[in-house]
Design a binder for this molecule. Structure first.
Ligand SMILES: [Zn+2]
Length: 196
């Protein structure tokens, strides 16, 4: 069985996904970031950790074959395929304070932190998700620059759930920079059983 969901611009959705399912995150219009959060189903104190993922994969990049780990160093998801090759493991979810800091427009601004927290049983003070399709250029001097995603319309990344998971995915709300190419568009998520 295959289920397809559309996450409207500047919103989030939650999905309970059984171990072994394949999850495809698609950028339908191109140039849009998906803030991807996961926690172990029934164990909300253990959740996705880009920091642990960097540690275990010994890389700032996410490549096909890599694993996304939890805060407890448990494999949560495996990258099966990827059209894009640029994803961000560094940045926290956008939040009203971020909009205030950079653009002086934080009051009432939709944000990935609020969109994800509103779907969690235990909201968190801060969240660093895996920022799918987000293109952060990292200089050899350590400087970072957020550039427009290189994802083209219909590009996707395919993940295998290695545990029973609750996923919460937000179509990022930033229109003020190149992060989402200057406009907010939807994200599509497809959940299917792995072929035997
Ligand atoms: Zn965001």
């Amino acid at each position: 069985m295959t289920q397809v969901f559309t996450i409207e611009p500047r919103t989030g959705q939650a999905f309970d996904v059984a171990k072994g399912r394949r999850v495809t995150v698609t950028d339908p219009e191109g140039g849009q970031v998906a803030d991807f959060y996961a926690e172990r189903l029934g164990h909300p104190a253990e959740f996705i950790s880009p920091g642990v993922t960097i540690d275990c994969n010994e890389s700032l990049r996410l490549r096909v074959g890599d694993v996304i780990y939890s805060t407890h160093y448990r494999p949560l998801l495996k990258v099966l395929a990827d059209d894009v090759g640029e994803h961000d493991l560094l940045h926290p979810c956008c939040r009203p304070e971020m909009y205030e800091f950079f653009y002086a427009n934080g009051d009432g601004h939709p944000s990935c932190l609020d969109n994800i927290n509103s779907l969690l049983a235990q909201p968190q003070a801060a969240i660093t998700p895996v920022n799918l399709f987000m293109f952060t250029e990292i200089g050899i001097d350590g400087a970072i620059k957020v550039k427009a995603p290189v994802s083209r319309p219909g590009d996707s990344i395919v993940l295998e759930a290695l545990e029973d998971l609750r996923l919460v995915v937000a179509a990022c709300s930033v229109s003020e920079s190149d992060c989402n190419s200057g406009r907010c568009t939807p994200i599509q998520l497809t959940i299917e059983e792995l072929p035997a």
